[in-house]
Every structure is written in C-alpha cells, then in structure tokens.
Design a protein around this ligand. Structure first.
Ligand code: ASP
Length: 443
C-alpha cells in the first residue's frame, strides 16, 4: 500500500473519530470567516469576482447536505408517527394535542409581542426614510379560505401527500393509521392481532433505520455547514452592518429574549435545566441555522428530542412535525420587528391598535409559514397589508421591504434556529407535564 493511500486512510479515521460537535463548530466558524472575507472583497469590487465563483462552487456542497436531509424527512415523520400513535390511546392523544397547540399559540403571541416591544424601544427605522420608486416583484399572496385550509389537512390521497411531502396531511394519515394498527392489535382475531403487531414493529424499525441514516448524514454536516454559512455571509454579510444593523440587532435580541426568558421560564416551571437543554440541542440548532429550514431539520430534531432529551416517540413524533409546520416563534419575532421597522421607515409609525393587529396577524402568519427558507418574508407582506401598509411596486413601503429582503437570509438563520428550539421546548414541557419524560437524560 502506498504511503499516500495510508495517509488518506488515517485522515478519514481521524475525521470520523474526532468529536462531531467540534467538527461542526469548526465548519461553522471557518465558514463564517471565509464568507465575511469574500463579502468584503465583493463589496469593494461589485463586478463578478472570486466571491461569485466561490458561491457557485460551494453551492454544490451546501445543496448536497440539504438534499441528504430532505431525503429522510417524509419517511422519518411517517414511520415514527405511525409507531408512536399505535402506542397511545386516542383520548390521551387528544389531550396531548390540545396542550401542544396551546403552547404553540401562546409562545408565538409572546414572540410577536417581544418583537414589537423591542422595535418600539430600539426604533430601527427611525430617521431613515425609505424613498418610493423601488420596482420590486411582489410575490402573489392570495389568501385561501380558512375552510379550505382546514379541509386540505385531510388528504384525499395519502400517497399523493407523501409524494408531495405535505407534512400536515401526512400527520393526519399517520395518526389514523397508527390508531388503526393499535385497534387491530387488540382485536379478538389472533391472526389479525399478530399481523398488526408485526406491522407496528416494522414501522418502529423503519423509523429507527431512518434515524441511523440521519446519524450518518451528520458526518457530512461539517462540510455542508461550512458551505452554507459561507455563502450567506459572502452574499449578505456586508449589508447587515450598514443601515440595517439595528434591525438585525433587534431581531437577534428578540430571539435571545424568547429563548432565555420565555422558554427559560417554561423549562424552569417544569424543573428542567436550561443549560442541559442547550448542551443537548446543538445539532438541530446549527442545522436549522445553516439550512434555514425547519422542515429539512426535522429528522435531526426528532432524533435528538427522543434520544437526548428523553421525550417519548408517542409525543415527539406528533408535536415536532406539527411544530415544524405551524410553530414559528422566531418568524413571529421577525414579523413584529420588521413591521415596526417598515412603519418607521415610511414615516407611519404603528399606533397601539395597529400593534395589536400585528400581534394577531403575525401569530396567524407564523402558523401559516411553511418551514422552508424565506417564507417569513412572504408572510410579512400579509402582516403589512393588515396594518394598511401594502407593499406595492413603486411605493416607499416597497423600498423598505426590499431592503429587508436584502438581508433576509441572515435574519432567516436566527429565526429558523429559534423556530426549531421552540418546538423542542414545547415537546419536553408537554412530555414532562404528562409524566413521560425520561428524567435520566436530564441528570
Ligand atoms: N425559514 C423558516 C423556517 O423554516 C421560516 C421563515 O422563513 O420564517 O422555519
């Protein structure tokens, strides 16, 4: 064997043996540094530069990470939820569902209020007057009727929903299927009962298999994390330190307050240590930050919440996919801050009634936001409409909105990280309240 191939082997061995946290953190920090350097280079030379070539090159490695994660989302949700629902009584599921929904609604409303309060105190758009004239492509925002939204959660063809990756209909189908399996398991016909038992075990094994694949994908995470973070910093980094510094600061301060005050209080109220929580959730957190997608992060969120935080599959497999689809506290904070910023920037600061409207519409908008990159910015249009600041091409509001869009990826990183944390806090709190949290994970 040549010395070259020996060296390659030991490099691989070193890579796989070294601590995953350190590898991912190294990817994150180095990626941010490379991104900032490239961002500064392209700032001084706006013509196509080395930064553009780098972004095209690194995009491949970043997309590879995202695709590897997405590959596991639907099977993880489907199998873990069938396995989980088959072990829990429907009445218990109903109570858990209600608690989870209440927690999601309450924390989202608190999040918008934090965002608005900070924006009122920091006044990120004060003294900065957006001029009209920006011609931007305003995305279409036809709001579907509430009845249709609710009806569409029930799939008419589950296979189609699975193929399209629509999480809410998949949740409904998997719960019904799981309950069906548990009823057949209890049937008086021994053959049917045995077959249902096997079917349940197959689903549990399939979910465990998917978790094993997710664990493997995480070994590629350091490279994916490096690529994704460097791209965002190279493209948007310099813009965040200019006029929009205060908006960025207000959003990130809001995210921290929600984490330490709101979630901290929930955890403390249930006797759970926030430091232990933070130490255990870094994998889904960093993945959410760099992929900017709660949905793509879902497989890791599920695995960590079960294996490291000790939540049972019967609750986590339901509350986390639901949370990744409807619970967006980070997005809610962003909506509060940005609505206030745009009001100030166009010289129409939000009055008290408008602020209340923002709390209501931003809470609803965060529920309607899909867990994919950039969705919050589309929901901001709806919130602005509700307070009489429609974004129409050529208006000052459009100019201010376009500025926010210019740093959306940077804001999306933080808000997605918090979105995912919020789902995990809700899951452990509800599990603890149901007395089914494995406390050995918290010692
Ligand atoms: N990217 C966010 C998420 O996936 C949604 C948003 O754009 O606010 O959670």
């Amino acid at each position: 064997m040549s010395p070259g191939s020996n060296r390659r082997r030991s490099l691989f061995a070193w890579y796989f043996r070294s601590n995953l946290l350190y590898r991912i953190l190294a990817g994150l920090i180095l990626g941010a540094v490379v991104g900032v350097i490239l961002g500064v280079i392209s700032l001084n030379d706006p013509a196509p530069t080395v930064a553009d070539h780098y972004v095209a090159f690194a995009g491949f490695f970043g997309d590879l990470f995202i695709r590897l994660l997405k590959l596991t989302v639907v099977p993880v949700v489907l199998f873990s939820l069938i396995g989980g629902a088959a072990t829990i009584a429907p009445s218990h599921l109903g109570r858990v569902g209600l608690k989870v929904l209440l927690y999601y609604l309450l924390t989202s409303a608190v999040a918008v209020a934090i965002g608005l309060t900070l924006a009122t105190l920091i006044r990120p758009g004060w003294g900065f007057h957006a001029a009209g004239g920006a011609a931007i492509d305003v995305p279409l925002r036809a709001t579907p009727a509430l009845a249709d939204v609710l009806l569409n959660i029930i799939p008419t063809n589950p296979i189609e929903s699975i193929a399209r990756g629509d999480i809410l209909p998949i949740i409904v189908f998997a719960i019904l299927f799981g309950i069906g399996v548990s009823l057949v398991k209890d049937s008086t016909n021994p053959k049917a009962a045995r077959s249902a038992e096997i079917l349940h075990e197959v689903c549990v094994a399939a979910a465990d298999t998917m978790y094993t694949i997710v664990r493997g994908v995480m070994h590629y995470a350091p490279i994916g994390v490096f690529a994704l973070i460097s791209i965002v910093f190279a493209e948007q980094g310099p813009r965040a330190v200019g006029t929009l510094l205060l908006v960025t600061l207000a959003v990130y301060l809001g995210l921290m307050l929600q984490m330490f005050v709101c979630y901290g209080s929930f955890l403390a109220a249930y006797g759970l240590n926030i430091a232990t929580f933070i130490r255990k959730v870094w994998q889904p957190f960093i993945t959410a930050v760099v992929t900017r997608s709660s949905s793509s992060t879902l497989p890791i969120t599920l695995r960590v919440t079960e294996e490291k935080l000790g939540a049972p599959r019967s609750i986590a497999s339901f509350s986390l996919p639901l949370g990744a689809t409807i619970n967006m506290d980070g997005t809610a904070i962003y909506l509060g801050v940005c609505a206030a910023f745009i009001g100030l920037a166009v010289n129409q600061p939000l009055g008290f009634h408008q602020q209340i409207t923002v709390v209501v519409t931003a809470t609803l908008a965060s529920i309607g936001t899909a867990g994919v990159p950039g969705q919050g910015a589309i929901m901001l249009l709806m919130v602005l409409d509700s307070v009489g600041l429609p974004v129409e091409s050529g208006t000052a509001t459009a100019a201010a909105y376009a500025m926010i869009l210019g740093i959306d990826a940077l804001l999306d990183m933080g808000r997605t990280g918090l979105n995912v944390i919020g789902d995990m806090v809700g899951t452990v709190v509800v599990s603890k309240s149901e007395k089914v949290l494995d406390s050995s994970c918290w010692e």
